[in-house]
Design a protein around this ligand. Structure first.
Ligand SMILES: Nc1nc2c(c(=O)[nH]1)N[C@H]1C(S)=C(S)[C@@H](COP(=O)(O)O)O[C@H]1N2
Ligand SMILES: [Mo]
Length: 422
């Protein structure tokens, strides 16, 4: 099955009326009928000898049967792999936490190797006493723990013009969700003492690009964290070791990695041209700016183009992810007929604010074509829009903040294709 994206092509799909009556009811999954199965009746190799000793891998990796669950790149997307992006294999993951080893990476000038010994974090600008923290200093501040998704504003950007890439890894995979431990930025700012004129907090990284971004002081004092642990272990190099900003709910570009300086100013400043390009061009030539919050969005991760249905009709688990930068996911609806009829999915596990939320819907698939969609609703009452609703407002010049509803065309043979309904 296709684990690589197909070359760019545009597809439209007109809703066929034959699909409308796909009325499916949940049915029980069936087990195989008991029979003389050698996997049961014969003594297997793995039961006739010893397995690996405990030290075989002091730091373990996934078993080789899972070696396809990896980040993937789309080579034609960017000119150089050091200023590029890859994609989380969300089609192959379950639950909500993204393992660091397959969490997407976005670097403007490559992932740098910065040791804890070489790490320094400076706080200056409009503060009472400018400070420089070593990594050891950070470890002595009170810590907090939070789970948050980090989504690049460009996630789904290639789909503005129409369905293009075959797989949610590519269409929604510029996202990861980790449990972070670190120091609330507020505590470091309070230590330096923000002057009354200070209204903006500028953060920059130690890499060549610096990725300098400004955020309003209110956000910096609210839930922003200087994180050094992710999913219980040290940050990986590619995610900003030894410390990065976690900016819950806001676009990935604000999540400065290899953090080196926090400056308080009375106005917003941006470092380099490349990062200040994070604006949304509108049809009339004006640009939307300061669109930091990632609006509610969802996607069915399985079945999806990289995860076709192989078991034929009958019990089918539909699994997906929903998230909102504005708060908590309160409901996810699933449609089997391209948005004509909707039914609520089950939220599985916790729906944490500004974090990935897992939903499931168990159906009894009758083997007919489906146009699968999901739509997220958050606790502000916001309902995820269709792609056409977004285009009507924002036009087609835009790259960022595509949170439109995704459609998967499930064919009778179980293959799945990225389409749009008209
Ligand atoms: N220092 C630094 N921070 C950075 C970047 C960068 O290139 N340099 N890229 C930003 C962008 S655009 C995104 S989407 C996120 C991606 O974080 P990740 O690589 O952990 O997925 O990091 C942000 N922080
Ligand atoms: Mo990004």
């Amino acid at each position: 099955m296709t684990d690589e994206p197909v070359s760019p092509s545009r597809r439209g799909f007109l809703r066929s009326t034959a699909l409308a009556g796909a009325g499916l009811v949940a049915g029980a999954a069936s087990a195989r009928a008991a029979g003389p199965d050698p996997k049961i009746t014969e003594v297997q190799d793995w039961a006739s000898s010893f397995g690996d000793a405990v030290d075989a891998a002091p730091y373990g990796s996934p078993i080789r049967f899972e070696s396809h669950v990896v980040r993937r790149n789309v080579e034609w997307l960017t000119e150089s792999p050091v200023s590029s992006i890859n994609f989380t294999p969300i089609h192959a993951l379950e639950g909500t936490i993204t393992p660091q080893g397959c969490a997407f990476e976005r670097h403007h000038s490559g992932a740098i190797e910065l040791s804890k010994q070489d790490f320094r974090l400076m706080i200056n600008g409009l503060v009472e006493k400018p400070l420089v923290f070593t990594f050891e200093d950070l470890l002595r501040f009170p810590r907090s723990v939070t789970t948050a998704f980090c989504e690049c504003a460009a996630n789904g950007g290639m789909e503005w013009g129409g369905a293009q890439l075959e797989g949610c890894q590519y269409t929604q995979g510029m996202i990861h969700n980790m449990e972070y431990t670190g120091v609330p930025l507020r505590l470091l700012l309070e230590e330096a003492g923000v002057n009354p004129e200070g209204k903006w907090v500028y953060a920059e990284g130690a890499d060549a690009s610096s990725n300098g971004r400004s955020m309003p002081l209110e956000k910096a004092m609210d839930d922003v964290m200087v994180a050094f642990f992710a999913n219980g272990e040290a940050l990986r190099k590619e995610h900003g070791y030894p410390a990065r900003l976690v900016v819950p709910g806001w676009e990935g570009n604000m999540w400065v990695k290899w953090l080196r300086r926090i400056a308080v100013y009375d106005q917003a400043v941006e470092s380099r041209e490349e990062t200040s390009k994070y604006t949304d061009l509108m049809p009339d030539g004006r640009a939307r700016k300061w669109t930091w919050v990632m609006d509610a969005k969802s996607v069915i991760t399985s079945p999806s183009p990289q995860v076709p249905i192989r078991h034929g009709k009958g019990a089918l688990v539909i699994s997906g992810l929903a998230w909102s930068g504005n708060g908590r996911i309160t409901r996810v609806d699933v449609s089997l007929d391209g948005g004509v009829n909707w039914q609520p999915a089950r939220i599985s596990g916790d729906a944490k604010p500004k974090a990935l939320t897992r939903f499931h819907l168990d159906i009894n698939w009758n083997g007919e074509e489906m146009l699968l969609q999901s739509r997220a609703i958050d606790d502000t009452g916001y309902l995820q829009p269709t792609k056409d609703e977004l285009r009507e407002i924002r036009g087609l010049n835009n790259v960022y903040h595509n949170n439109g509803i995704q459609t998967w065309w499930v064919k009778a043979d179980g293959e799945v294709e990225n389409v749009e309904v008209a």
